[in-house]
Design a protein around this ligand. Structure first.
Ligand code: FNR
Length: 185
């Protein structure tokens, strides 16, 4: 079973990419977590879409989501909400609207996130729920991973060194994988 995971930050030392890599490591046996990147996705432009359709990089991401059993969003929080770069990428994958059911309909989706500050991205995670409902997904509510103080949770090499967070993530991945297996389309 494959879960596709997307981190909503493209910078090299992204804490959310570190969290995604830890999620890959801690996935339970029998579950493969594959990483997909939003790097290179252009700003949504309705004129470009009308002229040329969905860009190849977006089409490829849509097809990867559609062929995965589940989707894991690893979200930063900007100004108490979803970062524009991440929302833009997911907005592109919702085009054309006639393809939303194939890509997202009934698909199990988990949301986790990390911040160097406090609050653990809880407001960004909550904001994603509106989007996930609109896309007709099946959000996972069985556990939460809200990483605060990420500068101390990961070391300079991006390794997850906090044993409490490690335990939370391991439990989350086990529960989410079970949920995905139960509801995979
Ligand atoms: C932030 N950051 C931030 N953090 C947070 O916990 N709540 C917030 O509302 C915000 N707001 C915010 C706005 C903008 C424009 C930026 C650039 C940053 C800090 C943010 O969590 C931090 O930059 C993380 O390191 C971003 O995630 P990655 O890139 O490390 O994955």
């Amino acid at each position: 079973m494959t879960i596709l995971a997307i981190a909503g930050s493209v910078r090299t030392k992204s804490f959310n990419q570190m969290l995604l890599r830890a999620a890959i490591e801690l996935a339970p046996a029998g579950t493969t977590v594959e990483a997909a990147s939003i790097k290179g996705i252009p700003l949504y432009d309705g004129d470009d879409e009308a002229a040329s359709g969905v860009p190849a990089v977006v089409q490829a991401l849509k097809d990867r989501i559609a062929s995965a059993s589940g989707l894991l969003l690893v979200t930063p929080e900007y100004n108490n909400s979803i970062p524009g770069v991440f929302k833009n990428a997911i907005d592109w994958t919702s085009r054309p609207g006639s393809d939303i059911a194939r890509v997202y309909g009934g698909r199990p989706v988990g949301v986790i996130g990390a911040t160097p500050g406090q609050g653990g991205t809880s407001l960004a995670q909550a904001a994603w729920l509106q989007v996930l409902r609109t896309l007709g997904t099946l959000p996972y509510f069985g556990a939460r991973v809200l990483v605060s103080g990420a500068g101390k949770v990961f070391d300079d090499n991006g390794q997850l060194i906090d044993s409490v967070v490690r335990g939370q993530l391991e439990k989350y991945m086990a529960g989410f994988a079970q949920f995905v297996a139960r509801h995979a389309r």
